[in-house]
Design a protein around this ligand. Structure first.
Ligand code: OAD
Length: 239
Protein backbone atom coordinates (compact mmCIF):
# COMPACT_ATOMS: atom_id res chain seq x y z
CA UNK A 1 0.00 0.00 0.00
CA UNK A 2 1.44 3.44 -0.86
CA UNK A 3 2.65 5.50 2.06
CA UNK A 4 -0.17 7.43 3.75
CA UNK A 5 -3.00 5.26 2.35
CA UNK A 6 -5.14 3.29 4.73
CA UNK A 7 -6.72 -0.11 4.16
CA UNK A 8 -10.40 -0.02 3.12
CA UNK A 9 -11.51 -2.73 5.52
CA UNK A 10 -11.81 -1.56 9.12
CA UNK A 11 -8.88 -3.03 10.99
CA UNK A 12 -9.18 -3.56 14.73
CA UNK A 13 -6.43 -4.17 17.28
CA UNK A 14 -7.53 -5.38 20.69
CA UNK A 15 -5.18 -5.36 23.68
CA UNK A 16 -6.33 -7.36 26.68
CA UNK A 17 -5.02 -7.47 30.23
CA UNK A 18 -5.67 -9.33 33.45
CA UNK A 19 -9.08 -7.65 33.93
CA UNK A 20 -10.62 -9.72 31.14
CA UNK A 21 -9.81 -12.94 32.98
CA UNK A 22 -10.74 -11.67 36.45
CA UNK A 23 -14.35 -12.83 36.23
CA UNK A 24 -13.12 -16.29 35.23
CA UNK A 25 -11.44 -16.44 38.62
CA UNK A 26 -7.84 -15.49 37.82
CA UNK A 27 -6.59 -12.65 40.04
CA UNK A 28 -5.31 -9.47 38.38
CA UNK A 29 -1.92 -8.04 39.36
CA UNK A 30 -2.66 -4.63 40.86
CA UNK A 31 -6.24 -4.76 42.14
CA UNK A 32 -6.98 -5.47 45.79
CA UNK A 33 -6.21 -9.18 46.34
CA UNK A 34 -4.14 -9.01 43.13
CA UNK A 35 -1.03 -11.12 42.59
CA UNK A 36 1.34 -8.28 43.39
CA UNK A 37 -0.37 -7.47 46.70
CA UNK A 38 1.81 -9.03 49.34
CA UNK A 39 4.22 -10.28 46.68
CA UNK A 40 7.22 -8.28 45.52
CA UNK A 41 7.66 -8.36 41.75
CA UNK A 42 11.43 -8.44 42.34
CA UNK A 43 11.01 -11.76 44.17
CA UNK A 44 9.21 -13.66 41.43
CA UNK A 45 9.07 -11.89 38.09
CA UNK A 46 12.53 -10.85 37.02
CA UNK A 47 15.68 -12.66 35.88
CA UNK A 48 17.50 -11.66 39.07
CA UNK A 49 14.84 -13.40 41.18
CA UNK A 50 15.23 -16.56 39.11
CA UNK A 51 19.01 -16.48 39.55
CA UNK A 52 18.67 -15.88 43.31
CA UNK A 53 15.87 -18.31 44.19
CA UNK A 54 14.75 -20.37 41.18
CA UNK A 55 12.62 -22.78 43.19
CA UNK A 56 10.56 -19.89 44.61
CA UNK A 57 9.98 -18.49 41.13
CA UNK A 58 9.04 -21.94 39.78
CA UNK A 59 6.62 -22.42 42.70
CA UNK A 60 4.90 -19.10 41.92
CA UNK A 61 4.37 -20.07 38.28
CA UNK A 62 3.50 -23.70 39.10
CA UNK A 63 0.57 -22.36 41.14
CA UNK A 64 -0.49 -20.05 38.30
CA UNK A 65 -0.26 -22.93 35.78
CA UNK A 66 -2.30 -25.22 38.04
CA UNK A 67 -4.94 -22.50 38.50
CA UNK A 68 -5.61 -22.54 34.74
CA UNK A 69 -7.14 -25.98 35.12
CA UNK A 70 -9.79 -24.60 37.49
CA UNK A 71 -11.12 -21.77 35.32
CA UNK A 72 -13.12 -21.28 32.12
CA UNK A 73 -13.35 -18.45 29.58
CA UNK A 74 -16.06 -15.90 30.36
CA UNK A 75 -18.49 -13.95 28.17
CA UNK A 76 -15.83 -11.37 27.30
CA UNK A 77 -13.41 -13.96 25.88
CA UNK A 78 -16.28 -15.58 23.95
CA UNK A 79 -17.42 -12.26 22.51
CA UNK A 80 -13.92 -11.48 21.18
CA UNK A 81 -13.74 -14.91 19.53
CA UNK A 82 -17.10 -14.20 17.89
CA UNK A 83 -15.84 -10.83 16.69
CA UNK A 84 -12.75 -12.45 15.15
CA UNK A 85 -14.99 -14.88 13.28
CA UNK A 86 -17.65 -12.42 12.14
CA UNK A 87 -15.82 -9.15 11.44
CA UNK A 88 -15.13 -8.58 7.72
CA UNK A 89 -11.85 -6.79 8.35
CA UNK A 90 -8.80 -7.78 10.32
CA UNK A 91 -8.97 -8.31 14.10
CA UNK A 92 -5.58 -8.59 15.77
CA UNK A 93 -5.88 -9.89 19.31
CA UNK A 94 -2.90 -8.99 21.48
CA UNK A 95 -2.88 -10.07 25.10
CA UNK A 96 -0.62 -9.36 28.03
CA UNK A 97 -2.15 -12.38 29.73
CA UNK A 98 -0.23 -15.60 30.09
CA UNK A 99 -3.39 -17.69 30.45
CA UNK A 100 -5.02 -19.60 27.56
CA UNK A 101 -8.59 -18.38 27.99
CA UNK A 102 -8.74 -16.56 24.63
CA UNK A 103 -7.73 -19.76 22.85
CA UNK A 104 -10.18 -21.85 24.84
CA UNK A 105 -12.95 -19.38 23.91
CA UNK A 106 -12.21 -20.05 20.24
CA UNK A 107 -9.90 -17.19 19.33
CA UNK A 108 -7.21 -17.94 16.82
CA UNK A 109 -3.92 -16.17 16.28
CA UNK A 110 -3.64 -14.74 19.78
CA UNK A 111 -0.44 -12.73 20.19
CA UNK A 112 0.90 -13.28 23.71
CA UNK A 113 3.25 -10.35 24.20
CA UNK A 114 4.17 -11.43 27.76
CA UNK A 115 4.47 -15.13 26.94
CA UNK A 116 2.42 -18.13 27.98
CA UNK A 117 2.18 -20.04 31.24
CA UNK A 118 1.91 -23.35 29.44
CA UNK A 119 5.11 -22.86 27.49
CA UNK A 120 8.64 -23.24 28.87
CA UNK A 121 12.06 -22.65 27.39
CA UNK A 122 15.54 -23.73 28.22
CA UNK A 123 17.97 -20.92 29.08
CA UNK A 124 20.88 -23.13 27.97
CA UNK A 125 19.81 -24.44 24.56
CA UNK A 126 16.83 -22.15 23.81
CA UNK A 127 14.42 -25.06 23.21
CA UNK A 128 10.74 -24.07 23.65
CA UNK A 129 7.94 -26.52 24.37
CA UNK A 130 4.47 -26.88 25.82
CA UNK A 131 4.52 -27.69 29.55
CA UNK A 132 1.36 -28.43 31.52
CA UNK A 133 2.86 -29.78 34.74
CA UNK A 134 5.04 -28.47 37.54
CA UNK A 135 8.52 -27.25 36.78
CA UNK A 136 11.38 -27.57 39.28
CA UNK A 137 15.05 -26.70 39.30
CA UNK A 138 15.73 -30.42 39.00
CA UNK A 139 13.62 -30.76 35.82
CA UNK A 140 15.88 -31.79 32.96
CA UNK A 141 15.61 -30.23 29.49
CA UNK A 142 14.71 -33.09 27.10
CA UNK A 143 16.96 -31.61 24.41
CA UNK A 144 20.22 -30.58 26.11
CA UNK A 145 19.67 -32.80 29.18
CA UNK A 146 20.70 -30.07 31.63
CA UNK A 147 18.81 -29.10 34.78
CA UNK A 148 18.30 -25.56 36.19
CA UNK A 149 17.77 -24.12 32.71
CA UNK A 150 14.06 -24.64 32.12
CA UNK A 151 11.95 -21.57 32.94
CA UNK A 152 8.44 -20.36 32.17
CA UNK A 153 8.36 -18.80 28.69
CA UNK A 154 7.13 -15.57 30.22
CA UNK A 155 8.46 -12.05 29.85
CA UNK A 156 9.82 -10.87 33.17
CA UNK A 157 10.52 -7.30 34.22
CA UNK A 158 13.63 -6.09 32.45
CA UNK A 159 13.01 -8.40 29.46
CA UNK A 160 11.73 -7.42 26.04
CA UNK A 161 8.12 -8.38 25.23
CA UNK A 162 7.55 -10.84 22.39
CA UNK A 163 6.25 -10.04 18.86
CA UNK A 164 6.74 -6.27 19.15
CA UNK A 165 7.31 -5.78 15.40
CA UNK A 166 4.07 -7.58 14.56
CA UNK A 167 2.17 -5.60 17.20
CA UNK A 168 3.59 -2.25 16.13
CA UNK A 169 2.73 -2.95 12.47
CA UNK A 170 -0.83 -4.02 13.36
CA UNK A 171 -1.46 -0.91 15.48
CA UNK A 172 -0.01 1.36 12.80
CA UNK A 173 -2.43 -0.18 10.27
CA UNK A 174 -5.44 -0.07 12.62
CA UNK A 175 -8.55 2.06 12.38
CA UNK A 176 -9.75 1.11 15.87
CA UNK A 177 -7.66 0.29 18.94
CA UNK A 178 -9.38 -1.20 21.99
CA UNK A 179 -7.81 -1.86 25.39
CA UNK A 180 -9.71 -4.17 27.72
CA UNK A 181 -9.02 -4.82 31.41
CA UNK A 182 -5.52 -3.42 31.57
CA UNK A 183 -4.27 -0.81 34.02
CA UNK A 184 -1.95 0.93 31.55
CA UNK A 185 0.96 0.76 33.94
CA UNK A 186 3.30 -1.56 32.07
CA UNK A 187 5.11 -0.43 28.92
CA UNK A 188 5.37 -0.91 26.00
CA UNK A 189 1.78 -2.23 26.07
CA UNK A 190 0.55 0.93 27.80
CA UNK A 191 2.03 3.08 25.02
CA UNK A 192 0.20 1.36 22.16
CA UNK A 193 -2.76 3.71 22.48
CA UNK A 194 -0.43 6.58 21.60
CA UNK A 195 0.75 4.72 18.49
CA UNK A 196 -2.89 4.23 17.49
CA UNK A 197 -3.69 7.92 18.03
CA UNK A 198 -0.70 8.93 15.96
CA UNK A 199 -2.11 7.10 12.92
CA UNK A 200 -5.60 8.49 13.45
CA UNK A 201 -7.26 5.31 14.74
CA UNK A 202 -10.25 5.62 17.05
CA UNK A 203 -9.50 4.44 20.59
CA UNK A 204 -11.74 2.73 23.12
CA UNK A 205 -10.99 1.65 26.68
CA UNK A 206 -13.13 -0.99 28.40
CA UNK A 207 -12.40 -1.29 32.10
CA UNK A 208 -14.30 -1.40 35.35
CA UNK A 209 -12.32 1.63 36.60
CA UNK A 210 -10.26 4.61 35.45
CA UNK A 211 -6.68 3.74 34.54
CA UNK A 212 -3.34 5.49 34.30
CA UNK A 213 -3.94 6.05 30.58
CA UNK A 214 -7.71 6.66 30.45
CA UNK A 215 -7.06 10.23 29.30
CA UNK A 216 -5.47 8.94 26.09
CA UNK A 217 -8.65 7.21 24.86
CA UNK A 218 -11.46 8.86 22.85
CA UNK A 219 -14.17 6.53 24.13
CA UNK A 220 -14.76 4.60 27.35
CA UNK A 221 -17.00 1.81 28.52
CA UNK A 222 -16.85 1.48 32.25
CA UNK A 223 -18.04 -1.80 33.78
CA UNK A 224 -17.23 -5.48 34.05
CA UNK A 225 -15.64 -6.97 30.94
CA UNK A 226 -18.15 -9.85 30.89
CA UNK A 227 -20.94 -7.31 30.35
CA UNK A 228 -19.29 -4.49 28.42
CA UNK A 229 -17.30 -6.53 25.90
CA UNK A 230 -20.29 -8.57 24.60
CA UNK A 231 -22.35 -5.34 24.40
CA UNK A 232 -19.64 -3.59 22.43
CA UNK A 233 -19.15 -6.56 20.08
CA UNK A 234 -22.88 -6.94 19.42
CA UNK A 235 -23.16 -3.21 18.68
CA UNK A 236 -20.20 -3.32 16.30
CA UNK A 237 -21.47 -6.37 14.42
CA UNK A 238 -24.94 -4.83 14.17
CA UNK A 239 -23.30 -1.84 12.47
P1 OAD B 1 -3.38 -5.08 36.19
O1 OAD B 1 -3.63 -5.93 37.39
O2 OAD B 1 -2.33 -4.06 36.29
O3 OAD B 1 -4.74 -4.31 35.81
C1 OAD B 1 -5.95 -4.97 35.69
C2 OAD B 1 -6.97 -3.98 35.16
O4 OAD B 1 -8.19 -4.66 34.96
C3 OAD B 1 -7.27 -2.82 36.13
O5 OAD B 1 -7.27 -1.59 35.40
C4 OAD B 1 -8.67 -3.13 36.64
O6 OAD B 1 -9.42 -1.96 36.88
C5 OAD B 1 -9.24 -3.92 35.49
N1 OAD B 1 -10.28 -4.89 35.86
C6 OAD B 1 -10.31 -5.73 36.93
N2 OAD B 1 -11.39 -6.51 36.90
C7 OAD B 1 -12.08 -6.17 35.77
C8 OAD B 1 -13.29 -6.61 35.18
N3 OAD B 1 -14.04 -7.60 35.72
N4 OAD B 1 -13.71 -6.01 34.04
C9 OAD B 1 -12.99 -5.02 33.47
N5 OAD B 1 -11.83 -4.56 33.98
C10 OAD B 1 -11.37 -5.13 35.11
O7 OAD B 1 -3.17 -6.06 34.96
P2 OAD B 1 -2.50 -5.76 33.56
O8 OAD B 1 -2.77 -4.37 33.11
O9 OAD B 1 -2.86 -6.87 32.65
O10 OAD B 1 3.22 -8.58 33.28
O11 OAD B 1 -0.97 -5.88 33.93
C11 OAD B 1 0.00 -5.70 32.93
C12 OAD B 1 1.20 -6.57 33.23
O12 OAD B 1 1.65 -6.30 34.55
C13 OAD B 1 0.91 -8.06 33.24
O13 OAD B 1 0.90 -8.64 31.96
C14 OAD B 1 2.02 -8.59 34.07
C15 OAD B 1 2.05 -7.56 35.17
O14 OAD B 1 3.22 -7.35 35.78
C16 OAD B 1 4.19 -9.46 33.52
O15 OAD B 1 4.14 -10.27 34.42
C17 OAD B 1 5.33 -9.35 32.56
Amino acid sequence: MPCGMRAQEPSIVILTGAGISAESGLPTFRDKDGLWEGQRVEDVACPQAFARDPERVQRFYNLRRAALRTVEPNAAHLALARLQQAWPGRVTLVTQNVDDLHERAGSTAVTHMHGELQMVRCDFCGHRMEWLDELHTTTVCPVCLRSRGLRPDIVWFGEIPFHMDLIQDAVEASTLFVAIGTSGQVYPAAGLVQVARAVGAATLEINNAQTAVSGCFDHHRIGPASVEVPRWVEGLLAG
